[in-house]
Design a protein around this ligand. Structure first.
Ligand code: B12
Ligand code: SF4
Ligand code: SF4
Length: 302
């Protein structure tokens, strides 16, 4: 199993992953009580998909009954991007939709394991199902969970996406890493809408990223509009302020590069955009998922 793990780590590195680690924490029982409290407090706001499968979220055996270990991979999206003063788009959306890019890479790893191991069983997730990806990453030692609620790697900061393969393999596990937030509270102090709670959680109803990415409502509450700080899609404030992101290693994976540069789009460009231009501009970006109507809603009066 040690050799199999070395092989898969080396394949992950060849595929451009920053890190690939293993945990055998299949039942996330510690996280379950915190997750339930988060739902009870309605911090998920209208993201009802998070309420429907609490048992699955906290016990990977409900997702894959044969589960013995989880292979957790992270990939950096710390690309140098020009700063747009007119409207802001979060970094993760200026590149190709990570779901597609990472899923393809994880399938390559999964196929290679399937070829090597008899009766291999697995499930792959990249933000695509009932899995607490940050908790698995924390257990595997990809990073610690910062006060801004995100997983931070000492090397790559929080500019990383996560993806998991749950398997029936008994792979040797990696060590967790220690919390390195120390006394810092910069993310909490700089969140313009006080969306970060004391328990390293986010109150989605107060989060600009929630409103601009997830919300299907036509109107935003006044306190979001007033504090939106020109964010047209997503929000990176609690990451930009984080000291661990200042010297984070740059991303190298070329598969994220979009054919079209969307970082310089102006307010006018979006206001005047029609459906076919929207499709052409955003077809490979995560922004495509929200559609033109919601993108225009996001920038109303901002
Ligand atoms: C729902 C969701 C959102 C929501 C809610 C965010 C949130 N923090 O929960 C919204 C829409 C606001 C959002 C925004 C963003 N998201 Co999002 N999102 C998710 C999603 C689908 C689920 C997250 C979740 O489970 N939340 C529920 C909370 C309760 O879970 P939790 O944070 O793990 O909380 C646990 C801890 O607090 C823990 N806990 C607390 N105290 C203690 C004590 C002990 C002892 C223990 C053991 C545990 C514990 O228990 C809780 C329950 O498990 C994940 C993908 C996935 N399936 O995991 C992506 C994900 C978290 N998002 C991601 C990204 C990139 C973003 C944005 C940066 C995008 C942007 N630029 O706008 C922002 C960041 C906002 C922020 N600061 O979090 C990445 C984060 C990568 C990383 N480095 O961590 C993920 C992992 C997607 C991916 N595959 O890469 N997101
Ligand atoms: S993404 Fe923006 S609004 Fe949400 S918690 Fe971070 S700083 Fe606050
Ligand atoms: S800004 Fe400070 S408290 Fe927040 S996640 Fe980064 S190191 Fe932790």
């Amino acid at each position: 199993m040690e050799e199999l793990k070395l092989n898969l780590k080396s394949l992950a590195s060849d595929l451009g992953f920053a890190d690939c680690k293993v945990t055998d924490e299949i039942s996330l029982t510690m996280a379950e009580s915190h997750f339930r409290k988060w739902i009870e407090k309605k911090y998920n706001y209208k993201m009802s998909f998070l309420e429907r499968n609490i048992e699955k979220y906290c016990d990977l055996k409900k997702v894959l009954p044969e589960a013995r270990s989880t292979i957790d991979s992270s990939i950096s999206y710390n690309f140098k991007q020009p700063v747009n003063k007119d409207l802001k788009i979060s970094r993760y959306a200026l590149i190709k939709d990570y779901h597609t890019v990472i899923l393809e890479k994880l399938k390559r790893i999964d196929n290679s394991l399937c070829e090597k191991v008899e009766n291999y069983k697995s499930k792959i997730y990249v933000d695509t199902g009932p899995v607490l990806e940050k908790q698995i990453a924390r257990a595997a030692g990809i990073g610690w969970q910062g006060r801004n609620s995100l997983i931070i790697s000492q090397e790559y900061g929080s500019w990383i996406f996560l993806g998991v393969i749950i398997t029936n393999l008994d792979l040797p596990k990696d060590e967790k890493v220690e919390d390195r937030c120390g006394d810092c509270r910069l993310c909490i102090e700089n969140c313009p809408t006080q969306a970060i709670t004391e328990n390293r959680n986010i109150d989605a109803a107060k989060c600009i990223a929630y409103w601009t990415i997830e919300s299907k409502e036509d109107e935003f509450p006044d306190f979001i509009r007033k504090n939106q700080n020109k964010w047209a899609y997503g929000c990176d404030i609690c990451q930009e302020i984080c000291p661990w992101n200042k010297n984070a290693k740059a991303a190298e994976c070329k598969d994220f590069v979009l054919q079209k540069d969307i970082s310089s789009l102006s307010r006018k460009d979006i206001e005047e955009m029609n459906e076919s231009q929207f499709k052409e501009t955003f077809k490979d970006s995560p922004i495509y998922r929200i559609g033109l109507k919601r993108l225009k809603r996001n920038i109303e009066g901002v």
